[in-house]
Design a protein around this ligand. Structure first.
Ligand SMILES: [Zn+2]
Length: 523
């Protein structure tokens, strides 16, 4: 399997996956295409920029077996891009079809030339008791081993390759499904076992109900649990068709997503927006200018017959999902994924809960570049967790000064600090002092380190002392740590209002300290 990561930010990444039917740039959203009852032409999706779709191999087998084998899945559904096939674990259960086993499904997916076939899994769903969830995970792993038997036999037969050769670039990329849902130790076990079996591409199963319950924090936990063991492998998230879930999952390092949300929501008169969904009959205006919304008003939408309305709504929904992926990719390129996720989190309290959970996780730093060409923006206290800020504070925590006197001064808009007129004045008055500026987000900034990213390249919100109370307390914490590490005889602090208030709450323990009032004339 070839999966090349090109750009990263947080744990998000832009990658290139090589398949039998061309390269797929990730993150990618794969709309669900029904093999029998599809209302939007798959080729329309391709024209819209969806280079991959997912369809159901089980339903295809039941309804079009011979035709599908003869034509191949691409011609059968008329799509010349990348086709992933879900082996239909849910449907097999739903119809109680015991005749279809993992080997049959594996052979069939090979026969129809699926690019990304999925093993026949046993979805744990959500809120399944632990004992049964364990049985389902074991059954999925058993299926995975049976599938590998089929793959090896096929590779032997075709290429006379060694039986242990799992990654045949001319063949499909097999997808191992991680089950376990909210039982995180099962998610962990499932991931480790699938990796041992030899899968290179993973899919996280059973998150649909978790997402429907808006339990984004649990979703984040599930993704983080799986990612820990397979950080560099591509990871698919099943059933993620909501822009909020997609943005969170991309930030945590999921690469592909699929959903039928575009059509399911459309049938339910639901209109996807970048921040959630709206009921069509609750809208007065259409907050979108896609080709569908540009030519229809809400009134026109409502007066359409049901099938036209469903199709038009579904097309709009697809445009929004495409937009979401494009915006996320650009945010990764710009190194602004953090800002984007925080913005998204402001649109739903449950997403903010998830962000609060992941904000300090090491994975958020894993793909964040050390140097960025664009300034980091800091708005409020959550931005103290921005990986660039954390990394900077950790660096300063190891800084040791050779000076015996120290002066602290508020960060200025003009950066680096040594190029500001304030600094020029200060070094005249305080010759030989260790000069530092301080920031609510970066903590202490020794002048020697003030031209390092993001100290030299950020823009922060300096206003609203009350809002920043937490951050000012963080400055005092940083000051204390800095003074503990270095043993200065004399300390001078130019304290702005926020820091003065904070110092009143948390006095510094030093016997030679001068606190001078700093009036910020920028306000
Ligand atoms: Zn639209």
């Amino acid at each position: 399997m070839s999966f090349e990561v090109r750009y990263t930010d947080l744990a998000g990444r832009i990658g290139q996956l090589k398949t039998m039917h061309g390269n797929l740039e990730t993150p990618a959203f794969l709309p669900v295409v029904h093999p029998v009852d599809q209302v939007i032409r798959p080729q329309f999706m391709k024209d819209l920029g969806f280079n991959a779709i997912i369809t159901n191999a089980y339903i295809t087998l039941k309804r079009h077996k011979e035709k599908a084998i003869q034509m191949g899945i691409h011609d059968l559904i008329d799509f010349d891009g990348v086709v992933m096939t879900d082996s239909g674990g849910y449907q097999v259960l739903e119809y109680g079809d015991i005749e279809i086993g993992p080997e049959t499904m594996a052979k069939f997916q090979l026969d129809i030339k699926s690019d990304l076939p999925v093993i026949l899994d046993r979805p744990t769903g959500y809120r399944l008791d632990y004992g049964r969830a364990t049985d389902f995970v074991e059954e999925t792993l058993l299926n995975a081993r049976s599938t590998v038997g089929v793959i090896k036999a096929q590779i032997d037969h075709r290429n006379h390759l060694a039986a242990d050769e799992m990654s045949d670039i001319k063949g499909p990329i097999w997808v191992g499904t991680i089950q376990g849902a909210e039982h995180l130790d099962l998610v962990k076990y499932s991931t480790k076992e699938l990796a041992k079996i030899g899968f290179d591409f993973f899919a996280l199963g059973s998150p649909v109900e978790v997402m429907e319950a808006y339990d984004f924090r649990l979703l984040a936990k599930m993704i983080l649990t799986a990612k820990e063991f397979i950080p560099n492998k591509p990871l698919h998230l099943f059933g993620a068709g909501h822009p909020l879930a997609i943005s969170l999952a991309v930030a945590l390092g999921c690469d592909t997503f699929d959903s039928a949300s575009y059509i399911l929501y459309a049938r339910d008169n639901r209109y996807i927006t970048p921040y959630g969904t709206a009921k069509l009959n609750e809208l007065t205006y259409l907050p979108c200018s896609c080709p569908v919304c540009s030519v229809h008003s809400v009134k026109e939408f409502r007066s359409m017959d049901n099938s036209t309305k469903t199709i038009e709504l579904a097309k709009h929904n697809l445009y929004i999902l495409k937009l979401e992926i494009n915006v996320l990719k650009q945010a990764i390129m710009d190194g602004r994924l953090w800002e984007y996720i925080v913005q998204k989190a402001r649109s739903h309290p449950k997403l903010m809960e998830a962000l609060a959970y992941i904000k300090d996780h090491p994975i958020m730093e894993s793909g964040t570049r050390r140097f960025k060409s664009k300034a980091a923006f800091f708005y409020d206290s959550i931005d103290c967790y921005r990986p660039e800020a954390k990394r900077y504070r950790e660096m300063v925590a190891r800084f040791q000064s050779s000076k015996s006197h120290v002066l602290f001064y508020p960060e200025q808009d003009l950066k680096p600090f040594y190029s500001s007129s304030q600094y020029i004045d200060l070094i005249k008055e305080y010759e030989g002092y260790q000069i530092c500026s301080y920031s609510a987000f970066l903590g202490i900034i020794p002048v020697e380190l003030c031209d390092i990213y993001p100290a030299a390249h950020n823009l922060s919100n300096q206003a609203n002392d009350e809002m920043m109370e937490y951050s000012h307390d963080e400055i005092i914490k940083a000051l204390k740590a800095f003074l503990n590490l270095n043993h200065f005889e004399e300390v001078v602090i130019y304290a702005d209002k926020g820091v003065r208030n904070s110092l009143n709450r948390n006095p510094l323990n030093h016997n030679n300290i001068t606190i001078l009032e700093y009036e910020d004339n920028r306000r």
